[in-house]
Design a protein around this ligand. Structure first.
Ligand SMILES: O=C(O)c1cc(=O)[nH]c(=O)n1[C@@H]1O[C@H](COP(=O)(O)O)[C@@H](O)[C@H]1O
Length: 279
């Protein structure tokens, strides 16, 4: 049986749960402020708490792989368990791994995150197209087979990104626009939403690019990096209905109590709803 495409599953989750994505970023400083040790037991407790508090209510949970990898194989084991538990509680899991390599190696990354038989299989994964959009082909193909999604960096939330992403390609488009146009081509004809998403920082002011890619737009940078939900209409314009706003520390700093995490996520969700409906 062909799996339901990620874009359709995400649209449904956004419509029923609201579009918020909460990042699971177990910074050492957060573990400490939660009264946990910066060790594998602390990582396990932190991660389980976030998943139990939020996986039954937010559309997307986005574990940041680096914070698990820093603990080696035991950290990866915690990540595997979190992915499985979050998915079984109804959240879509976006693995924030930001992989990007030559096509043949990209195939191994695709096998890691986008093959249904992999222990790290996720609903979607973040990738970098700056080795050339075509280098992502194995991931795009694997995602299509497994009903997963791929979120491609376009304009990142960090100020250093602009020197690459705003640079002008040979045909006069910005590199970010070139990538977005590739994404639009991948998503052509998909309904209700394509499965290839773009990452566009909420911190950017007016994005200044054409965001009509017929796919989801992940908007990190809300909270700790200074953007707010009220910024979304200005950054995304007419595409704001496809935005998945993403917050990590802005929610996580309200732990360790599940109620604190839930209330913080609900506040962001309310602010997003107000900003998007008023736009
Ligand atoms: O792909 C991402 O999620 C991402 C892209 C981007 O442009 N900027 C960005 O901050 N992120 C990630 O989003 C999260 C932001 O965390 P907070 O600043 O704590 O909300 C981190 O895991 C980043 O790696």
């Amino acid at each position: 049986m062909t799996p339901e495409p990620f874009g359709a599953r995400l649209r449904h989750a956004m419509d029923t749960r609201g579009p918020l994505c909460v990042g699971i970023d177990p910074h050492a400083s957060l573990l400490t402020s939660w009264g946990l040790n910066d060790d594998i037991a602390g990582l396990e407790r932190f991660t389980r708490t976030v998943v139990e508090a939020l996986a039954d209510r937010v559309a997307v949970l986005k574990p940041q792989s680096a914070f698990f990898e820093r603990f080696g194989s035991r950290g990866i084991a915690v990540l595997e368990k979190a992915v499985a538990e979050a998915r079984s509680a109804g959240a879509l899991v976006l693995m924030d791994a930001k992989r990007g390599d030559i096509g043949s190696t990209m195939g191994a990354y695709a096998a890691t995150y986008l093959d249904q038989d992999s222990p790290l299989f996720s609903d979607a994964v973040t990738v970098s197209p700056y080795l050339g959009f075509g280098s992502l082909r194995p991931a795009l193909d694997a995602a299509a087979v497994s009903g997963a999604g791929v979120f491609v960096l376009a304009l990142t939330s960090n100020p250093e990104g602009a020197e690459v992403q705003r640079a002008t390609a040979a045909d006069g488009r910005s590199l970010a626009q070139l990538m977005l146009d590739h994404m639009a081509a991948e998503n052509a004809g998909a309904a209700p939403l394509g499965s290839v998403g773009a990452v566009v920082g909420a911190t950017l002011g007016d994005a200044g690019v054409d965001l009509a890619i017929n796919g989801p737009l992940l908007a990190p940078g809300i909270g700790a990096q200074g953007a707010t939900p009220a910024d979304l209409p200005g950054v995304f314009g007419a595409a704001v209905g496809n935005v998945v706003p993403s917050v990590s520390r802005g929610v996580l700093r309200h732990g360790p109590d599940a109620s604190g995490l839930r209330e913080a996520a609900a506040r962001f969700a309310d602010e997003v709803r107000d900003a998007v409906s008023g736009s």
